[in-house]
Design a protein around this ligand. Structure first.
Ligand SMILES: Cc1cc2nc3c(=O)[nH]c(=O)nc-3n(C[C@H](O)[C@H](O)[C@H](O)COP(=O)(O)OP(=O)(O)OC[C@H]3O[C@@H](n4cnc5c(N)ncnc54)[C@H](O)[C@@H]3O)c2cc1C
Ligand code: FES
Length: 279
């Protein structure tokens, strides 16, 4: 389901049910869908999909869905430009538009029974949150879970309020690192790729899921290959410039693939020749 009624470009109407800061400059918006059709679309959401969130009068922008366990569609939005700054100025109760969920999703069914290594960099952790929740809420369906979480600085780490739960979860290890610490930081300092080499997760029967800035994805893939992971074991999700989100405008193309409809989730072997174009 992509849009309202017969027009896939027309958003469903929603209402902001909750807003909270999840890192410096990053705000989590909880959206309650107002219309029956929008509620049905939201209920069909799968981890890895994205949606356009609009602030009326300002325009719309695509965001990976960061939905938690509650009834709302959730978006972690970094304030960068016009639309995102306008969204940051909204208040609980304000109307918003939602076009989506759109795109493909992480193959959570197909990877059942396998170990999962998650690498989240900065706001790239947002679409990985529903993956983590899916695994923790169906713990017996998956093997060992390794979560590597990173940000440029401690104040940019997202979802810190969930770290205790992730650390304490059965058959789960959680590691966090920052590029630069501050006076209150006593944890790891260094790149997520260095942390990955230290942790050296098991290769057999393991799938990796990486999300972050393109440069991080590039080097995370190289490190994973160095450790022995094959392209068939490495998943990621890409952020391309988008306009329509439904395969019509050609704005997001990557060779013959469109990030909006063939992705945003890809295996490494599907995108390796195009990844450098994103750096
Ligand atoms: C599938 C997908 C998932 C995304 N998920 C998230 C998310 O979870 N949270 C989040 O905060 N952002 C996410 N983004 C990026 C988000 O769409 C942009 O930040 C947003 O469009 C900026 O809109 P703006 O009008 O505020 O800024 P603009 O004025 O349009 O741009 C502000 C700055 O951001 C740059 N920019 C805009 N769009 C992109 C893009 N797609 N990739 C790289 N740089 C861009 C511009 O070049 C400019 O420098 C995602 C994008 C895609 C395609
Ligand atoms: S955004 Fe229009 S084709 Fe992908």
């Amino acid at each position: 389901m992509s849009g309202n009624g017969s027009n896939p470009m027309r958003p469903f109407i929603g209402r902001l049910a909750g807003i909270r800061d999840v890192a410096t400059g990053i705000r989590l918006f909880q959206v309650e869908m107002a219309e029956t059709e929008g509620q049905a679309a939201a209920a069909g959401y799968r981890p890895g999909q994205f949606a356009f969130l609009s602030a009326f009068g300002a325009g719309e922008a695509p965001f990976g869905l960061a939905s938690g366990r509650g009834p709302y569609l959730e978006f972690a939005v970094s304030a960068l430009g016009h639309v995102t700054h306008t969204l940051h100025g909204l208040e609980v109760g304000d109307p918003v538009g939602v076009r989506g969920p759109l795109g493909n999703w992480f193959p959570m069914e197909e990877i059942k029974g396998r170990n999962v290594v998650i690498l989240g960099g900065g706001i790239g952790g947002a679409p990985l949150r529903p993956v983590i929740h899916t695994i923790l809420d169906n713990r017996d369906d998956y093997g060992h879970l390794t979560i590597l979480w990173a940000a440029r600085s401690p104040d940019l780490l997202v979802f810190t309020d969930e770290f205790d739960e992730w650390r304490a979860a059965p058959d789960t290890e959680f590691h966090v690192t920052v590029d630069r610490g501050d006076e209150n930081w006593s944890g790891n300092v260094g790149l997520i790729t260095q942390l990955l080499e230290q942790v050296a997760p098991q290769i057999d029967n393991t799938v990796t899921i990486t999300c972050g800035p393109p440069i991080m994805i590039h080097f995370a893939f190289l490190t994973q290959q160095k450790l022995g992971f094959t392209p068939q074991q490495m998943l990621t999700t890409l952020e391309a410039r988008m306009h329509c989100g439904i395969g019509k405008c050609g704005r997001c193309n990557m060779g013959e693939k469109f990030v909006c409809i063939d992705g945003p989730v890809f295996w490494q072997y599907e995108i390796k020749e195009f990844l450098e174009g994103f750096l």
